[in-house]
Design a protein around this ligand. Structure first.
Ligand SMILES: CC(C)(COP(=O)(O)OP(=O)(O)OC[C@H]1O[C@@H](n2cnc3c(N)ncnc32)[C@H](O)[C@@H]1OP(=O)(O)O)[C@@H](O)C(=O)NCCC(=O)NCCS
Length: 176
């Protein structure tokens, strides 16, 4: 499946959610049934990379997506060397709630492209209103190893998932 150039906000009239399959049920279920509702409720925003070729129903398939929302972490969960430079209250962050690539597009660099788009949007928001880091709650060990190789560091387990973070100043150094 070949993809278009730009990530755009999910629009259920234009984008086919049912055919998306990243081989992780929780993430398939999110894009298929929750992402649009969460956007409507103002909880999070999901950005999709549509495929180039429309399906029979005229909608575009989704090659990859990410969703972001505001969040915070406890100051005490950060390493001491970082925490001591921060105020003594919950630290504002931006959470990558979900990020996934369709099985037909995996292994071609799209996971990295999607992650960098998500990080750069989070940085653009934090440049205007603040935000110390981007965090992610990893679905499983696969996800942990994916984020680890992009310099995310472990914070703590939250509801059984490993929470990882990358400071915004590291994201600023990423070109693009
Ligand atoms: C994880 C996922 C996003 C990777 O997408 P992808 O398009 O296959 O990844 P890319 O081709 O961009 O790979 C980029 C780099 O990450 C590496 N990589 C990919 N998946 C990895 C994994 N699970 N663990 C460690 N490294 C991984 C690749 O080898 C590549 O490294 P290289 O540049 O040194 O060759 C995709 O497999 C996916 O959607 N998985 C299911 C959903 C999920 O787990 N999402 C993340 C947690 S919410």
């Amino acid at each position: 499946m070949s993809w278009t150039k730009e990530f755009v906000e999910l629009d259920k009239k234009l984008h086919e959610r049912k055919s998306f399959d990243c081989e992780k049920e929780e993430l398939n279920n999110f894009i298929q049934t929750k992402a649009a509702k969460h956007a409507l409720a103002g909880v999070s925003r999901t950005h999709v990379l549509p495929g180039k070729d429309p399906l029979e129903n005229g909608k575009l398939p989704i090659c990859a997506f990410y969703s972001l929302c505001p969040n915070y972490i406890e100051r005490e969960s950060l390493p001491d060397t970082i925490a001591k430079k921060l105020p003594r209250y919950p630290i504002p962050t931006i959470l990558i709630g979900q990020l996934a690539v369709d099985r037909n597009c995996k292994g071609q660099g799209l996971g990295q492209i999607t992650l960098i788009k998500a990080l750069k949007l989070a940085q653009a928001v934090s440049d205007k209103i603040g935000g110390y880091a981007v965090t992610v709650d990893c679905l499983d060990e696969d996800a942990e190893s994916f984020y680890r190789q992009f310099e995310f560091e472990e914070l703590q387990r939250v509801n059984g998932k490993m929470r990882m973070f990358i400071p915004m100043n590291k994201i600023r150094a990423i070109p693009g």
